[in-house]
Every structure is written in structure tokens, then in C-alpha cells.
Design a protein around this ligand. Structure first.
Ligand code: ADP
Ligand code: ZN
Length: 291
């Protein structure tokens, strides 16, 4: 079967065709421009590729409630032209195939849970630390939606007493994204994140914030596996600091096998940056199965 996968980001759209095992048969990436340019280009690609179903993981916030009038649309975004933009509708109307829709991070969480690091676990969290911070949550084997969808990157954190940086999020001065996403690191320290690799204080502070976010998620969602992806995690040395800080902040409250074996509890993705695309495939398969 030819399944279309669309990982829609604020910077680029990754378009792919896969089989039902998530194996990538074709792939291309186009810049995210105004929807009047980008939507027709994406529709054309999937038409040419003769896909039989399509799974979409898209940057949010998006409307996932099928009963809502604006189901399948982007709701609000600073990205020019995309506020209110229908995404599902135009694909369904032009391709006439089943279309599944979820957030980009939920798709990544599902990809890893189906074929990657959290395979076999009913409860897991996938967090991306990149231009923004987002989390996809799987609870009792299902993606968590609810009122809208989790926006865990905007959970409020306790500021480090020595941190005077005002924060990057226009809504919250001290949410996780505001203090710890890539652009916040770069604005606070005045350099590209990859040029700060050997500055110990940069990554200790980063670990302090990421760990707070993880501890909050551990306490509220009780995940059995936590996956940390995104551009900032290319600094793989920060992983050890995050694990150490999580243990420190939990402060002995839990004594579970997962916390004791934290190196296998908080892990990097396993799908080589294909987790989003592969998760879109699984979204499409679920839609076909009526799940
Ligand atoms: P996006 O979030 O836009 O999908 P990424 O996950 O690649 O894309 O995140 C991009 C951000 O990650 C950049 O703003 C940059 O700050 C940071 N980043 C990218 N590569 C690295 C790296 N090697 N080391 C540290 N930070 C990085
Ligand atoms: Zn925020």
C-alpha cells in the first residue's frame, strides 16, 4: 500500500510515501511558504505519488476535534497566512482518500511507540526541543487529545535564581519553551547553540529547565518511557546532565525500576529523524482501521 505522510513544520514540510511498515519509498522537503503556494505544491506531490491514504502531523495549535466546525484547520499561529488555514479539507477534496490529522509531536510519539524507542510501552512521552518545545503523549496506548492537544512546552517552570534572561515566549515569560528552546538559548547567551557546545554553564541551565519539564510530566502522566528529540538534543552530552537533574529534582520521592535505570528511561529517538513521517503512516493506518 502507498501511504502518504506529511510532517508539517513552520520552516519546512516533509512529504513522503511509505509502505504500511513505515519504510520510506520516496521523500521530499519543501519550504513552508504562504499556504497559497505550499498547499497546492503538497497536493500535487501526493496526487503524482498516487497515495491511497494520508497521515498528517502538523505544527500547532490545530483543531483536532472532529465535531468542530474548523476541524482540520490551523487555529492560530504567528506564521503568516496560516491562521485559520484548512489543512485536512483541501487534501480530502482533491485526493478523495482517508486523511488522518494530528500534531507533529503526537505523530513523532506514535512513530517511536510503533517502531522505535517506546515500542511495547502503553504510556510514553515524546518531547522535542527545537525552535519550540512540544510534547506528544501516549496514555493507555492512545494519543492524548482532550480539550485540544497537550501544549506541554508551555508549562510554567520555576526560574533559576541566577537566570536574568527575560524569556522568548510572547505569552509566558517562564514557560519551558520561553526559557529552554533553541532560540531562548541563543538569545540568552548571544551565540548559535551549536557554538556553545563547550560552555558548561549553558548546558547545566538547559538541563535544569528541561528536567523540571520532565519531572512535571513524570508526576502528572506517569510515562514508562521518555524520548527527547529535536535540534537542541543534537548536543548529546546534555542528556547525562538532564538525567542527573531529573533524579535530583525527584529527590527520592519515587523508587521505581525506571528511575533507578534512568539511562534507559529518558532516551534519544531511535528512528533517525523519521519518527514524524513514520508516525504519520501509523496515523493513516489507524484512520483506515477506524481507530
Ligand atoms: P524545528 O524545531 O524547527 O523543527 P529543530 O528541531 O532542528 O527544528 O530545531 C532547531 C533549533 O535547534 C535551532 O533553533 C537551534 O537553536 C537548535 N539546534 C539545531 N542544531 C543544533 C545543534 N547541533 N546543537 C544545538 N542546538 C541545535
Ligand atoms: Zn509559553
Amino acid at each position: 500500500m502507498r501511504i502518504g505522510a506529511l510532517e508539517g513544520g513552520g520552516t519546512k514540510m516533509v512529504l513522503a510515501v511509505c509502505n504500511e511498515n513505515g519504510e520510506v519509498l520516496d521523500r521530499k522537503s519543501i519550504p513552508t511558504e504562504h499556504p497559497s503556494v505550499t498547499m497546492p505544491a503538497m497536493i500535487e506531490y501526493f496526487k503524482e505519488q498516487k497515495v491511497e491514504a494520508l497521515g498528517i502531523g502538523f505544527f500547532g495549535p490545530i483543531q483536532l476535534n472532529k465535531a468542530a466546525e474548523n476541524y482540520g484547520c490551523v487555529t492560530s499561529t504567528p506564521k503568516p497566512g496560516w491562521t485559520g488555514q484548512p489543512v485536512v479539507g483541501p487534501f480530502q477534496e482533491t485526493l478523495g482518500i482517508p486523511v488522518a490529522f494530528d500534531t507533529d509531536v503526537n505523530a513523532a510519539a506514535l512513530g517511536e511507540a510503533t517502531w522505535g524507542a517506546s515500542k511495547g510501552y502503553e504510556n510514553s512521552v515524546y518531547i522535542t526541543v527545537g525552535t519550540g518545545i512540544g510534547a506528544g503523549v501516549i496514555t493507555n496506548g492512545k494519543l492524548l487529545h482532550g480539550m485540544q492537544h497537550p501544549e506541554a512546552g508551555h508549562m510554567l517552570l520555576q526560574r533559576h535564581p541566577d537566570d536574568t534572561y527575560e524569556g522568548k515566549c510572547p505569552f509566558h515569560s517562564h514557560c519551558m519553551e520561553s526559557l529552554a528552546a533553541g532560540p531562548a538559548i541563543e538569545a540568552r547567551w548571544g551565540k548559535k547553540a551549536y557554538d556553545l557546545a563547550d560552555r558548561k554553564e549553558v548546558w547545566e541551565l538547559e538541563a535544569y529547565y528541561i528536567a523540571q519539564g520532565l519531572v512535571n510530566m513524570i508526576m502528572t502522566l506517569s510515562p514508562e518511557k521518555i524520548i527527547l528529540g529535536g535540534g537542541v538534543m543534537h548536543q548529546t552530552h546534555v542528556m547525562a546532565l538532564i538525567r542527573e537533574e531529573v533524579k535530583k529534582q525527584i529527590n527520592g520521592y519515587f523508587d521505581t525500576p525506571q528511575i533507578r535505570d534512568i539511562d534507559n528511561y529518558i532516551v534519544l529517538p531511535q528512528l533517525n529523524d523519521n519518527q514524524g513521517i513514520m508516525g504519520c503512516v501509523k496515523l493513516a493506518l489507524n484512520e483506515l482501521d477506524g481507530k
